[in-house]
Write a protein that binds this ligand. Sequence first.
Ligand code: ATP
Length: 237
Amino acid sequence: MSTPLLDVRNLTAAYGRAQVLFGLSLQLHPGEVVALVGRNGAGKTTTLKAVLGLVPATAARIAFKEHSLLGLPTYRIARLGLGYVPEDRRIFTDLTVEENLEVGRRSGRVGLSPWTPERLFQLFPNLAEMRGRRGNQMSGGEQQMLSIARTLMGNPAAILLDEPSEGIAPVIVQMMGEAIRTMKAQGVAVLLSEQNWAFAAGISDRACVIERGEIRFEGPMAQLLANETLRAETLGV
Ligand code: ATP
């Protein structure tokens, strides 16, 4: 296989004295969608935050495009082209859809992004109809789409998506799935933390199953789909 775009080895993290990640390793290759799945509290969010330097962590290696991320401030990590869409969708609620996208352009990597507002409106057609609307007048699902679109404006090579389907209407979840497929087709790699098993299974090439801060399974999604026992044990599905 190709050199991983994101390479995480032996990651540990703790909140105070409570250790939550225990030597976890995972890789994300260019243009692939990897699902990080696991029960509530298994450590999915902490894994994403640890990669981005948002929680104290140690690791043998965390590298993105062969640059070590260990000790780098989060804004420098973002500039290397690693995007992040947190669970709580940090859009600017007093700015319009178009203004939010402009902010995303400015905080992105230097250079021309192939993602323009017009291309993003094709990716998320319902955002096109509300380009002048402020964030605080949008539903949770619409805000989630805007949050992803804004991150794409920064021209990332990979995006860490934290539970994008949480609390969102099924029709919007379906649109999000289609958008993730298109992003992948455009070469953007996605590490998707999800509790919505059906959603993750439908769009991911590979899966990493996390259980109590450790990787229990890593392999093609088809293998996990075929392994009912493991799914029942680790995901309850
Ligand atoms: P969820 O789907 O609930 O977000 P998760 O798999 O993303 O679950 P994490 O949010 O990474 O799990 O949480 C892993 C463990 O760390 C849990 O036991 C959680 O209670 C604990 N934890 C998370 N954030 C903190 C914090 N800020 N302080 C202390 N403990 C925390």
